[in-house]
Design a protein around this ligand. Sequence first.
Ligand SMILES: *Cc1c(COP(=O)(O)O)cnc(C)c1O
Length: 386
Amino acid sequence: MPTSRRRPDTLAVHAGSPRPRVLGAIVTPVFQSAMYEDEGSGVYHDIRYIRLNNTPNHLAVQEKLAALEGAEAAVVASSGMAAITTALLTFLHAGDHLLIQDSLYGGTHAFVTRDLESFGIGFDFVDGDDPASWQSKLRPSTRVLYVETISNPLMRVPDLEAVVGFARKHRLVSMIDNTFASPINFRPIEHGFDLSLHSGTKYLNGHSDIVAGAAVGSAELVSRIKRRLDHLGGSLDPHACFLLERGMKTLALRVRRQNENAAAIADYLSGHRAVERVHYPGLASHRAHERAARLFDGMGGMLSFEPAGGEAAAERVLAMLTVPAVAPSLGSVETLVTRPALTSHSGMPREERMALGVTDALVRVSVGIEAVEDLLEDFGKALDSV
Ligand SMILES: *Cc1c(COP(=O)(O)O)cnc(C)c1O
């Protein structure tokens, strides 16, 4: 069977592993060597050196990720933010302009609103769900259109097909932060996106123990990002590469379980008397449900909800839960709950935050792989107490 036709569960386990195996080792060993013998190519970016993200551990994990996303190439970075900022700074130069979705991961939002201007790069926010409004924001200098597959914390899904069409028509580089979906649920390159970006800290690694990032796409675009990354220096350490490769072997297994658990919890919360609203793309009540059902292989492990009774009720629910930990971040094996008003959106003025729908009572859940019965029982007890 050609390797490229293998299914995600098989690719997650096997793709990228060195062949022949290193001294017969089933697992890619950690190559804790900063540099390698000169092969005499004379090209700086080809020298094999840890910062250039091209040691055996980098190559193995990059190949696995590219295979999982159905893409030609991938490059890893020292964090999701390193991948995102480097990708943006590869395709945006002084005088250029960026169109970017208005509901963004906090770090990306901060970079765009606080740092881009110092590089001479302009930007406009767009509503990802309203393609008709994009044209009026387009400028001759616009180079990039940027969205997130599923946005935090209301799990909005932008009009992904319109993003690809608009970017092609206007010769923009289309970039998508695919962290929340993971390649198990959505593969942006197969849908025509130019670049898929990840925080590997989340689902890809899945065990809350490293920070990592990645950019995935055509060999040409990825090599341009790699060259910029070589200079900016946001490379991933080989040991972190090893852990990321190990984590990704169970990606399909974990994400499918998280999809199932999240769907069951979303259903349960929707029917609970003490819950006012649930945001989950798998629910028929979600505004992009039809789109998500058409484009995604799974609805993801992220959801948010508002208990009746406002902030006090939300605090009570968090205090009563015994299985999930109260913590930011997401995508790991353990269930995590957080109030975005206090974490991801704490820097935003309250009125602006409320207008977005991020209320004081909103609770975000990153659903883990625990037994769903235990999770349902725990949420039930916590909600019955409010
Ligand atoms: C966490 C996250 C990032 C940033 O990743 P780091 O690895 O923390 O730098 C970017 N985008 C999304 C959607 C994230 O959840």
